[in-house]
Each structure stands twice: as C-alpha cells, then as structure tokens.
Write a protein that binds this ligand. Structure first.
Ligand code: BGC
Length: 737
C-alpha cells in the first residue's frame, strides 16, 4: 500500500514537472498574445532578425533552437503553385505537387456570389494545407483601372465594394485551414509596366473611395493574417516600406495585427524597411521573375544590415520586437497551429467547386437570333445541329501555363474542345483558325503571316459547311497578354482574330464567340456576331463549365465585374494622356480620380460596349417597382429598399439584383451612382422573390479630404435598382435629414 502511494506520488510529481516544462509559447491552449510574448522573451536579437527575411525562394526561417517552425509560402491565387527550387526560380520537378486549378479571380468576381467565394477559399485552403503551405499568396484585390493591365485576371474587377464583398469569404474559409491569406498587392499596383518603380500620385479621395476599400475589407472583415506590399511607389516611397500606407493606414487605422510581406524583390532600403512597417522581406536581388544572383540571404535589407543598425542604435529596438511579434503570431496561426485540419488535393469536391464557380462566373454578353429573327442562338441543345465546327487556339490551349506567378501545374484539365465533345460527341470538328505561340517572358513568338493566313483560310472553308461555328478565342497567358510583368500592347484581339471572326461571320451566321481572357477587348465585329460569351480563365474544369453553359445545362448568371469600353480612349485612365497611363516611366498621376470604370462611363455619359454588372440569362427577369420603407433616412437610422423580381421565362435561373446610390447634389463631384448592395437570387420559372436591401448613412458618404474622414451631406439621394449599371429597372428617392 505504502509502495503504491509512493509510486503514485512520484508519477504525479513527474507529470507536474513535465507540464511545468511546457513553455507557454508551445501550448496552444494559452492565449495567442501570451504565447507571442513568451516566445519573444526567450529569443536573442539575432534570432528575431532571422525571422524577418527569406531563407529560400519561398520560405522564411523559424527559431530552430526553440522548435519554432519555418514559414512556407506559395502562390496563389488560383491554385497552389508547383514546388520551386530552394534558390532559383526553376521548378523543383516534384511528382506529387499537381493540384486543382480554380477559375481566375475575375471569374469569381463575376459570380457576384459570396457563397462561391467561400467554396473557393475552402477548397484552395484544403489544397494549400495538404501541400503543407502556411501562407497562400492571394487573393489579389487591386482595382481594374485599365484593360491594359496584364494582371487584371488575378483581381476582382473595377468596383471596390464588389471586390471587398467577394474577397472576404475566400480569406475566412482559407484561413480555417491554418493557412494565411497574403492579400496582394498593397497598394496601387494597377499596371505591370514599370511596376518595380512607377511612382503613383492620386487624390486622397480616389485612394480611400476606390483603391483601398477592398484591402480594408480583407483586413477588417476578412481578418487576413498577412498582406503583400506592392512593387510600385506611392507618393515617393516604395509600397513595401511606405510609412503612409503601412504604418498609418494598415497598422494604424485598420489595426492590422498580421505581417507585411514584400512582393518578391520589393524591398529597397534597410532603414525604411525597419521603420516603415515591413515585416518579412522576400525575393530580394532578383528582378522578381527571371534573373538570379548568388546574393546571400544574410545580405537582405532586413538581415545583417538591419542587425547592424539595431546594434548601433540607428533604428529603435521596438521595430524588431514589433516585427518578430507579428511573425510569431503568423507562425502560431499557421505552421504551429496544432488544430488545423490535414487538407486534401484534387478531390471530386474540389473539381465540383471549380466547375460550379466557373458555371456561375461565365457571362453571356450577347445572345441574338442568328438571322435577326427567331430564337436567340444560345443555348445549343445536344441534338440541334449535325455538324458543329469548333475554331480557335484557346479551344485546345493549356491556359494554366504562363501568366507569371499564378501559373499552375494541374492534375487534370478539361479543355473547351474536350468539354464540347463530351456534350456534342462526333458532331464536332475542329480547326485551329489562328495560333498564338508559346508563353515566354520578354518577347512574343513571331507567327509567320502565311501560317496565320492558311489557318484562317482552312477554318473559314470548314465554317461554310458547318451548321454552327463555336469560336473559342480571346487572350492567353503569354507575355503582353494576360500575364504579369508587362501590360498589353493593344486593346484589340491579338493573333489575327479580328479578321478571322469577321470572315467566319461572313460565311456562317450561326456563330458563337467565346472569349477567354481576364480583360476587356475591342470588338469591331460586335454587330456581326449573334452570340458572345465571356469565359475568363476557368481552370481544371473549364471545358465542362463552358459546355454546361453553351448547351443550356446551366443557365448563365455571371455579371461583368468591369466595363468593356468601346475603344481604349473611352476608359477614364486613358482620357488624360500619358502621365495618367502609363506614366512617364517615373511618375504617374491618376487623373480620372474617383471616376474609375462605370463611374466614368456613367458620369461622363460615354456608353460602354458592355457595362459593369451586365450579363444575360436564358430566361427573362421582370422587376417590380422598388419601394422604400420611408421618405427620409436619419443620420443614425436605416432605410430599406424592396423590389420584387420574377422569373418570367421558361427555365430556372439566377439574377443579380444590384442597388446603386446617387447623390442628387453635393459640394464635391460625385459619380452619377455607385454600387452599394447586391443580391444573387435563384428563381424557378414563374417564381417571384422580393429582395430587401438595408441602406445606412454610411452608404451615402464620400471621403472628405478637408477633414480626412468620411462625410455625408444632407439632401436628396436616389437608390437605383438594376440588372446592370445601365439596365436600371426602377429608382426610389429619399432624403437624408
Ligand atoms: C508577384 C507576386 C508573387 C511573387 C512570388 C511576384 O513577382 O508579383 O504576386 O506572389 O512574385 O511568386
């Protein structure tokens, strides 16, 4: 008995000693901040500095002595990128890193459905987790300012509210996997030309009303754990160590408690990086894309040079404690998070999510009868035609390749041609029609004219004999197309597609044109083509999604997240000469100010070819008269606007009901109207639903430069209810007292 008592006592003492030995920072039952404080108190200055910079192309160090793990990062944002070599940009050629490619973020934005965004974040988060990544470099929320930006396909369009609403569920669901979002590129990286140094100047109003709200939503509502600084400069200082953007706005006003990570090679100065809010420096001394050097990681701005400055007292110790605390917080939330799930890759559920997002994001731009009478050309039922000709390089091209850092190594990829063959079977023949060359950096393949001519002639000959022609064209991920590191050189379609489309339309009126791109293009042939579909980049299940929509299996419900100007000069960014776009190579001024996208088209009365918010359906939605709950809204009150929407057609469909607010009179210039709310609803044939939006005085405010804050002015406002930014179905007036 005595023996047993002694054994129990000894055992209990051993247990107490063991738990006393578990340091607070290791114990994830402890509050996060207590763990951060504890870890920090155990670290040497050298260990703290070692956290602040890369140790390889995509990782940064932990604290090996304390068992604190490294951080592993990966691009982003449309899937988890293949493994890259330790010290150069080559692919590591692993055989276990193939994944699901999800539709590009432009497509996600075009769903106007936050549920799709949540599905996206969950699925990509599971893949990132399975691939043992701690930080996923995405999503991107830079505003679509000009269709020339080579990187628009990675962003969520021209409207700050839409981009903000759509990025939040992605971030939240992703982070539930213990994988941090790294929201990019903060801020004002709105073009790729001269992205490494162009110095952007704009008004405080444009900054706060247009370019910052989506980042703010990502941080404040999404709770993003990291953010990537942009390559460009903002008002004379690089964005990656910019006092105004990082210290004052991000960490000050928005109370961001996560890490600022540079874009790869985005740091330029040790002192500024130390004091202006940068936390982790990545990719220095390469151009961020193609060239390498043997530059040691200890020579990074935030490595030995920073340590030296700290030791010499040239920068305060508080800077390193703040950075190390933020990085520890990030590590505890991700790499050292013992409660995170295990993840999974290329599962049926992920393919299903990719397909569903694609199905909801595809936009039916135009759908007229082929010969000016009869039924619209789309959808095309499987048994309708005997001979269907598919034309176009993009029908067979691997669009996961190229584009820059968002390039993906897919496990499976269904091309448009394969998707269409699965529905229409052996009725389908194929002609390439044009060819676009390989995805390369720094130059484009030159295609000899005789090849372009003969491919076109062959397709046109075959089109004469076809019952229906489906051309799949657009841009691609080659440099100077939809690709980072360069802007487009031309607003028109490349590779001789304009001639091809015109000739196809000339010989066969039954022409469906599918454009795959992340950008608007000029459409000189628009009147001659009865059916036009915007198909974005749709990822692994792209062919399935396109076939679903063209065949009518799925009723399209995507709406444009940006305007398609008729010509480039109709876009606000291009209306003020070179200094406004692309800048003089050193400096740039956003002269269109707050009038970006539809705000410009509307206010200046320059109609767009296809406006923001536009997208057709195979059914028709009728709108009732909108009503407001009151005539006035009080400064601390709310007002609801209700509208009934009915599916008046014969097939089920989804409609995005949009609410825009316009200020009748104001002491400052305001856009004619601005998107403030939207709702996507599903309606069976004949079904009617009523949609109610709640307006608050915040929806009526503008950014007041004099007081550096948001302000409203009493007076009359209108709430417009529309099926697009120009297809306004009703309006209600009210007054702010
Ligand atoms: C891109 C980033 C990307 C990083 C790492 C940079 O060139 O601008 O968006 O995350 O490379 O690949």
């Amino acid at each position: 008995m005595k023996q047993k008592f002694l054994t129990t006592l000894l055992f209990a003492c051993a247990l107490t000693a063991a738990s006393a030995q578990t340091p607070v920072y290791m114990d994830d039952a402890q509050p996060l901040e207590a763990r951060v404080k504890d870890a920090l108190s155990r670290m040497t200055l050298e260990e703290k500095v070692a956290l602040c910079h890369a140790q390889s192309k995509f990782s940064s160090a932990g604290v090996p002595r304390l068992g604190i793990p490294e951080l592993w990062m990966s691009d982003g944002p449309h899937g988890v990128r293949a493994e890259i070599n330790w010290n150069d940009w080559g692919y590591a050629n692993w055989t276990n890193d193939s994944i699901t490619a999800f539709p590009a973020l432009t497509c996600l934005a075009a769903t106007w459905n936050p549920e799709m965004s949540a599905k996206y974040g969950k699925a990509i988060g599971e893949e990132a987790r399975y691939r043992e990544k701690d930080v996923l470099l995405g999503p991107g929320v830079n505003i679509y300012r000009t269709p020339m930006n080579g990187r628009n396909f990675e962003y969520m369009g021209e409207d700050p509210y839409l981009a903000g609403v759509m990025c939040v569920p992605y971030i939240r669901e992703l982070q539930k996997n213990g994988v941090a979002a790294c929201v990019k590129h903060y801020a004002l990286n709105n073009q790729e030309l001269w992205r490494g140094h162009i110095d952007v100047y704009l008004s405080d109003r444009a900054l706060h009303e247009i370019y910052l709200p989506a980042f703010k939503a990502a941080v404040v509502e999404g709770g993003a754990w990291s953010i990537m600084g942009a390559y460009n400069q903002i008002r004379g200082q690089h964005a990656c160590h910019n006092d105004f953007a990082l210290n004052q706005i991000l960490k000050g006003d928005w109370k961001f408690d996560g890490c600022v990570v540079t874009d790869w090679g985005g740091a330029h100065d040790t002192y500024e990086a130390a004091v202006n809010g940068l936390d982790i420096e990545m990719g220095s001394y390469t151009n961020g894309l193609t060239s390498e050097s043997a530059f040691g990681y200890n020579d990074y701005y935030l490595a030995d040079p920073y340590l030296k400055m700290l030791k010499e007292g040239k920068v305060p110790m508080s800077t390193i404690d703040d950075k190390a605390s933020r990085i520890l917080r990030l590590i505890f939330r991700t790499a050292m998070n013992t409660r995170k799930p295990f993840g999974s890759v290329a599962t049926e559920a992920h393919y299903a999510a990719a397909r569903e997002i694609g199905n909801e994001g595809i936009v039916l731009l135009k759908n007229a009868p082929a010969e000016k009478k009869g039924a619209p050309l789309l959808p095309v039922a499987a048994d309708k035609y005997r001979n269907i000709l598919v034309v176009g390089d993009n029908a067979v091209r691997l669009l996961n390749q190229g584009g820059g850092s968002s390039e993906l190594k897919v496990k499976d990829m269904i091309s448009p041609l394969e998707g269409l063959r699965a529905v229409y079977g052996n009725k389908v023949t194929y002609a390439r029609g044009y060819v676009a060359g390989r995805p390369m950096y720094g130059r484009a393949d030159e295609i000899p004219q005789h090849i372009t001519d003969s491919l076109r002639a062959e397709a046109v000959e075959m089109a004469k004999k076809a019952d229906l022609v489906i051309m799949v064209g657009g841009l691609n991920k080659n440099h100077y197309q939809d690709c980072e590191g360069g802007d487009r050189l031309d607003y028109g379609l490349p590779f001789g597609q304009n001639e091809l489309i015109q000739e196809l339309a000339g010989v066969n009126p039954n022409l469906v044109l599918v454009l795959l791109s992340g950008n608007a293009v000029e459409m000189p042939w628009v009147a001659q083509v009865p059916a036009i579909v915007q198909g974005w980049y749709l990822g692994s299940m792209g062919g399935k999604s396109l076939a679903d929509v063209l065949s009518g299996e799925v009723n399209p419900s995507g709406k444009l997240p940006f305007s398609f100007p008729v010509r480039l000069t109709d876009c606000g960014a291009h209306a003020f000469g070179e200094l406004s776009y692309p800048g003089d190579s050193i400096r740039q001024e956003y002269k269109e100010d707050i009038l970006v996208g539809y705000r410009w088209h509307d206010t200046k009365k320059i109609p767009a070819l296809f406006p923001f918010g536009h997208g057709l359906s195979y059914t028709t939605f009728t709108y009732g008269k909108p009503t407001a709950s009151a005539k006035n809204i009080a400064a601390d009150g709310t007002l609801t606007v209700t509208v009934a929407v009915k599916n008046a057609g014969r097939v089920a469909g989804k409609e995005v009901v949009q609410l825009y607010v316009g200020d009748d009179r104001c002491s400052v210039l305001r856009p004619m109207k601005e998107l403030k709310h939207f709702a996507k609803i599903a309606l069976e044939p004949g079904e009617e639903k009523s949609v109610t939006f709640t307006l608050t005085p915040d929806d009526l405010k503008f950014y007041d430069e004099a007081s550096s804050g948001w302000k409203y002015e009493p007076g009359k406002f209108k709430a417009y209810i529309g099926a697009s930014s120009t297809d306004i179905r009703g309006a209600v007036s009210f007054e702010l007292k």
